[in-house]
Design a protein around this ligand. Sequence first.
Ligand code: FAD
Length: 393
Amino acid sequence: MNIAIVGGGIVGLALGYKLSRVKGNKVHIYEKEKDVGYHQSGRNSGVLHCGLSYKPGSLKAKLAVSGIKQMVKYCNYYKINHDVCGKVVIANNENEAKLLENTAHRGNLNGLKGLKYLSKRELKDREPFVSSYKTLLVPEEGIVDYKGVMMSMKENIINSGGKVFLDTKIEKVEENKNLIFINNNLSISYNIIIYTTGLQSDINYKKFTKKKLNAKIVPFRGEYYTLEEHAKNLVNHLVYPVGNPKFPFLGVHFTRMINGDREVGPNAVLAFKREGYKNTDISIIEMFDYLTYPGFLKFIGKNFLFSLNEFSTSLLKSSFLKKTQKLIPDISSSDIKSGPAGVRAQGIDYRGNLMMDFEIKTVKNQIHVINAPSPAATSALSIADYIIENYIS
Ligand SMILES: Cc1cc2nc3c(=O)[nH]c(=O)nc-3n(C[C@H](O)[C@H](O)[C@H](O)COP(=O)(O)OP(=O)(O)OC[C@H]3O[C@@H](n4cnc5c(N)ncnc54)[C@H](O)[C@@H]3O)c2cc1C
């Protein structure tokens, strides 16, 4: 079978890796940037999520639980840096403690192992600077070098006879013939075309299937601060607040990155451009597109204070710091410096709801991954299995 995958993020690469190992398959990946993993997959928190807070029975929950196991196995096999170091989730008052208990209940329903509440002493031994009313230990969570994972997948695809075309934006497809136009002189026909195009997924779906979509990708930037060298000892592993189950964003948290850096973030700020990594990156056309989308206006109507609050953490370091101090009260402005940013491709449906689960659509021989938010990096190998089993086999 000849298969094209448009989008060289971790989801496209995981699909390419799995499909290129099947005898008789010829896999071509097309990526518009100079290398793979340039957008979400290369700009995330580097966390292996084990499925704690996702709705039991959802695709996200199932594919995170199986995905982390596959990802750890992949990293062990190909010797990619990772560490299943566990995380603590913190509740700071009685109300948050109730949310934490609900979260732990979800984790148990999702089949997680070893969840337990830590005593003050146990928390102090693990994370001496963290303040908490109630603490949940999630031992299966970890950290990983996702760029290393993607480079390895790319290499494996090429070694199995596949091709990865970089700097190649797919702009034209003849949908009835499954013909991809690389440029004016070259076109290739495929049995199946899979689109894993993250921040561009809705645009590509509409463009290449000529169908309507009752959803839109809205970009939510996640900004990080990095802990200064002298402050690195403030955090040892992963420290999360208890999340608000209404949102797919996990709240500003502390992460030990696999290279030893410590990051804090990300917030969730409405971006002015899909691939806009700074506040000054603005596209009037893209903003007009979501500002005139009824689903977005309904979302803002329902979540105005949340959006404003997140925006303030982007404009004011003091506002960001306040969130971090809920977890580590002793942290001060001189302990953190501006760090990297990523932009989440977050689907919003027509009714103004954030699309919480992964979503895949097929039209003829096209498969479109429409919504693949966190933990799609962790789950990439299981998302690939799911697509192969349900839409290709
Ligand atoms: C700030 C942040 C933190 C996160 N933290 C985590 C985490 O810790 N753990 C976790 O599991 N997940 C995390 N996530 C989520 C995770 O990174 C994403 O869910 C995942 O990377 C999605 O992968 P993807 O391949 O679908 O998309 P992307 O990585 O965005 O890849 C899509 C690719 O398609 C390409 N493309 C688009 N259009 C075209 C075209 N026409 N032709 C050719 N190429 C095209 C783009 O250039 C891009 O490279 C985080 C995300 C963000 C933004």
